[in-house]
Write a protein that binds this ligand. Sequence first.
Ligand code: CP
Length: 320
Amino acid sequence: MKKFFSVKDVSSVADVVQEALALKAAPYDNQDLGKHKTLGLVFLNPSLRTRLSTQKAAMNLGMNVMVMNMDKDGWALETQDGVVMNGSTVEHIREAAAVMGEYCDILGLRSFPKLKDREEDYSEDLFNKFIKYCGVPVVSLESATRHPLQSLTDIITITEHKKTAKPKVVLAWAPHVKALPQAVPNSFAEWMCKAQEEGLVEFTIAQPMGYELSKDFTKGATISTNLNESLKDADFVYVKNWSSYQEYGEVYTVDEDWMMDNEKLSLTNDAKVMHCLPVRRDLELSSEILDGPNSLVIKEASNRVWAAQVVLKRMLEDLV
Ligand code: CP
């Protein structure tokens, strides 16, 4: 594996999940694979889970890890070609990525969208330039449009906790006070659509009118604006806020109550409730659910290690 950016970078969801679960059962079996290899994690935005779980995964594989908080500690990056750098940017991505590639065998990059210009964000220009100029395998730690390590974690968690062969999974929009990217729901949707193609899940998206995701990520999903109807027979509910894709980055007032609570949970098949975290308590998801027996959020976050470890393992195997 040379790149982990989307579901297209794995040939079989079922296979990568089984490999991740085998690593969970025997975390230190591949300690020699990463010996004398260095992982560099580059953050342009904050992180708790992605940062720590990917470091832990790399250490389980015997790798050395370096973390660069580019937003705080690095030079201001220029990403456009042909500009005279007489403004606030100090270093071009051509040199910055190439230099980091000299120090590292594998690089990870987190780069959020600006949510101003849809075309610019969805072109993934910065991410693609980083891949092009660094010259080593790159794992996405969340880009403008996707969060694949989170989505792989989510299907691992669903596989572990499912009670039927083909559980019903509902991605449910939830309220928030800020305009958030579509990266997590886009990514979850594309992984669930592929899992559905493989016969692993039945997938529904419930969101208010105006919050439809790009069709590029939702092919095959059942899409509804009726949350209560969608929750019927659900085995897993994946709660997440996102801003509008159509009116890019906008947040509309929603009249109905979209926060997941025990009343809505009672409509489901005793569903397990998931969220990528961080979560705004009693805004996106009720405390009674988060602190109750149906919440999977901590187990889900714990599984971030095995998603990162299987990806790094596949990359290391292709280095040698
Ligand atoms: N879910 C997730 O990516 O968490 P962090 O933003 O804390 O890494």
